[in-house]
Design a protein around this ligand. Structure first.
Ligand code: MG
Length: 332
């Protein structure tokens, strides 16, 4: 039998075991040389529950380099025996934190070549394989045979996390429960947010998504399921659907999965499966007029009969519904 240390070194990727001191205890985190500092912080978050943005990493010889999330660990010459110190506190008031956090609105445009490049790069496929092994999806409800899969982002997709309200229901995207109830007939539903599981559970619970009698949520995923990918010019996090497909291959694959997210870069590992939803912002202003989920209900139900969703160009989803309506009118 091969020892675990040889198995973990995958195609030349050096795996590092680092020790992190925090709050009087020591934690061990395993990362790879091609991971970024941001990725290291996510591993530390898994061990300590301190969110990456709350962490300050200290190691004398590295100075300010550990403050740059985009730097690769291989650029820092880390040794496996290294012990660093982390300063940071676990979130207590997560709602206040969300509102205080700097807003990321720039969905920078990735060129078509760049997109192809990212999903086909061997280093990114390796990261995905590692994440499949590290992140076990817990089912809240069983997968259903014969159903397609809908993966939903939360912030700006189902919820305006930047506005404030006495009651979170005021910030919920209109028609959310009607939408989920209707599409549940054809789709299993997984929620995947780039925030922490604490926030995902809190938010979905407050909105009444986790105990609705008309639909069930199959699973919740958080930022720890994401991977960091890089192009020549950028390093960013994305949500690889391959993580879900690898864990439930008998139910879900690239042909029966569709993902909604207001940030297109989140589905860069599976561009054919992503639909860029209009962000739901300024809830108090737009609550009365936003009908995105009504229209998307029609689209999802219209395409549910197709055997391969990845053949569609989801960027044309609005004209697909109109074409179908026109056909239906002609036939009636
Ligand atoms: Mg979002």
């Amino acid at each position: 039998m091969a020892s675990s240390s040889t198995v973990s070194v995958e195609e030349g990727l050096e795996e590092l075991t680092l020790t992190v001191r925090w709050s009087g205890k020591e934690y061990t985190v395993r990362v790879c040389a091609d991971d970024s500092v941001g990725e290291l912080k996510r591993r530390i978050c898994e061990a300590t529950n301190v969110l990456p943005k709350r962490q300050k990493l200290l190691y004398p010889k590295l100075g300010p380099k550990l403050a740059d999330d985009s730097l690769l660990l291989s650029q820092l010459n880390l040794k496996s025996s290294l012990k660093m110190t982390m300063i940071g506190t676990v979130e207590d008031d997560i709602i206040v934190d969300q509102v205080d956090a700097p807003e990321i609105v720039d969905d920078f445009e990735l060129g078509q070549d760049e997109v192809v490049d990212i999903k086909d790069k061997e280093v990114n496929k390796q990261k995905l394989r590692r994440r499949v092994n590290q992140y076990k999806i817990e089912l809240l409800h069983p997968c259903r045979s014969g159903k397609k899969l809908l993966v939903l982002d939360i912030d700006y997709t189902l919820f305006d996390h930047r506005s404030t309200a006495e009651n979170p229901l005021e910030l919920m995207r209109p028609y959310l429960h009607e939408f989920l109830s209707a599409v549940y007939a054809e789709y299993d539903i997984i929620i995947w947010s780039a925030t922490s599981m604490k926030w995902v559970e809190l938010k979905m619970g407050q909105l009444g998504v986790l105990n609705n009698p008309d639909y069930k949520i199959t699973a919740l995923l958080d930022h720890l399921a994401m991977i960091t990918v890089q192009t020549d010019s950028r390093i960013f996090d994305c949500k690889p659907l391959g993580l879900i497909w690898a864990q439930f291959p008998e139910y879900y694959d690239s042909r029966n999965t569709i993902m909604f997210d207001d940030l297109r870069r989140n589905f860069v590992m599976n561009p054919q499966n992503g639909l860029t939803i209009r962000p739901f912002r300024k809830a108090h202003l737009n609550r009365g007029s936003d009908r995105e989920l009504v229209k998307l209900t029609q689209y999802l139900l219209a395409i549910a009969e197709l055997s391969d969703l990845s053949q569609l160009d989801h960027s044309n989803w609005e004209s697909f519904s109109e074409d179908n309506d026109a056909k239906r009118r002609r036939h009636s």
